[in-house]
Design a protein around this ligand. Sequence first.
Ligand code: B12
Length: 223
Amino acid sequence: MNSPTNQPFAGEEVYRRYLDGLLTNDRQQCRVSFQQWLESQAELRNLYEDLVQRSLYEVGDLWERGKISVATEHLATAITESLLNLTYPRLFAQPRLGKTAVVTSTANEYHQLGAKMVADLFELHGWRGYFLGANTPQGDLLGLIREKRPDVVALSLTVYFNLESLLQTAAAIRAEFPAVPILVGGQAFRWGGRERVESLPGVRCLASLGELESWIKSHEHSR
Ligand code: B12
């Protein structure tokens, strides 16, 4: 994939500069690299997975090993969250399909970037993606579903100890809205839990944004 200047896109180099910017709290350096990636015309999913997700996983590992402070980890997250909004012009380029998704992290789950990417991909494909962010109380989520009557609900889980809370929420959605498909995903499912969530009718656990895009494309015309 070529950049608009027709220079080959040096993904690894741009990634390294981006990560370096995150670790040195340099928002401007991060912005330049992020923009370069965005303009490389790569699919948005690649930007999310190969730049944003990869760098934050690396930040998380460094934090876990005591190599960087909590402050640097928080700054890296804040920089990332601010830059994600640079994708907006791309998100709304497609005609709207009149379909909606409600996307959230469930109660006690404070990680929200994955859920935001999920909501963004719905927008990218012409859906309206309501993004509720982190730690949404179950009652309030049910209230929003009642109000918006979405075509799908997507739940994001990062830490495995929040699985019970997600299961409760998925069961409550299923009880009140028997027909709405429920998608779940997030890094917590690397530690298990897939069979338990998928034992609820109409619940699917997706392993990646690629699987999500395939799901979205195959449900463009259904109601
Ligand atoms: C930033 C961060 C935080 C921030 C989050 C702020 C925010 N605004 O989101 C804060 C400070 C709140 C935080 C808190 C904690 N954190 Co934290 N955090 C991170 C960090 C560094 C980055 C998270 C992130 O955004 N990743 C990038 C996103 C894009 O990745 P993702 O969530 O996996 O999403 C991708 C896919 O999974 C997928 N996806 C996600 N959801 C869904 C849903 C569907 C339907 C689909 C299809 C796909 C999908 O799409 C995304 C793109 O591919 C990670 C490191 C890591 N490995 O992620 C640690 C990490 C997740 N945290 C960790 C821990 C331990 C904690 C705390 C327990 C720390 C503490 N002692 O307080 C608390 C837990 C709080 C809670 N109750 O939830 C551990 C978890 C370890 C484990 N085995 O579970 C990690 C892995 C760090 C580490 N290496 O140890 N954290």
